[in-house]
Design a protein around this ligand. Sequence first.
Ligand code: F6P
Length: 365
Amino acid sequence: ERSLAVLTSGGDAPGMNAAVRAVVRRALDCGFKVYGIYNGYEGLVSGGEAIRPLGWNDVGGILPRGGTFLGTARSERFRTLEGRRQAVRHLVTLGVDALVVIGGDGSLMGAHVLAEEWPSHVEALEKEGLLGELGKVPPSLDVVGLPGSIDNDLYGTDMSIGVDTALNHIVRAIDDLTSTAASHQRTFVVETMGRHCGYLALMGALGGGASWVLVPEEELDLRWHHKMIRAIEKARAIGRPHQMVVVAEGARHPDGLPIRTEELKKILADRLGIDVRVTVLGHVQRGGAPSAFDRILATRLGVAAVDALVQAGDRPLRHMIGLQKNRIHMTLLMEVVEKSQAVGQQIDQGAYREAQRLRGESFVR
Ligand code: F6P
């Protein structure tokens, strides 16, 4: 009988519960013994109560819930060799030879490293006599990653788990802000999350009908605020006195310094003589029940993760399961991590042009 463990790691993302549920139930169906690891890699390093068997009913009712019932963490201890050795000790002791990690690029990197180091940790633990009288020690660890992050900054999948829900929060917030903005004839600067990736800001601006969007992927020239001011002036001239400016938290000046919302507010207020307010959306973007899309995505990916483990047989598995053009797609974890750095640069240029063009400027002659 094979044993599988599952954990969620890094920032939580709506839909992680749906993914855990799918992994657990599919694995039980395929004859695995299943363990849940609480609080991400931190729990894996701690062992004990943090690693518990999961049955069919333990994941009942979690599908529609936000966050992750397993808990999550950004673990410092797992970054050390000693921490990872403890992690291996706990997995070996339970006979676990398959690990499913749901998280962002740092978390997926951790899974890759653990699988690579596995034999050397096992050898060291055996030498130190720390494995006791274990019957069979798994010679290798299969690891499967699932993309879980609202940022949509991972190579190898069109969408990560949680992105759609976050986007819905953003669009709803822009809608809500628009009614108060319109009443007061105000302009709002709305800051979205996304770390170094502009996906949420860009798609939020498209979905919410914003007048201007600033994303980290665009290298701004020194006159960038003139362009923004001009666009807003023109939009005001055609009879829309309230505007939305969306700025990604990772957006930068040409010299690399972050663009601050308060600074944008001041530029707009001073140059246009208008009333400006700032709303930083913050962690509401990560909260609440997952959208239908995220539940379905997470469920499909979770099932596919276990199927990949079953089908791999003796071949080592170090892959992320993603969705590309609505089909399950496997990418080596190493490739995901390496190429994710560049994903930001690959922002949808078409969507970007549309977002900037739909501000209405072309109607003003
Ligand atoms: O990666 C998800 C994310 O929400 C980013 O968009 C954001 O920069 C970061 O996590 C915030 O981290 P924390 O929840 O630790 O404040």
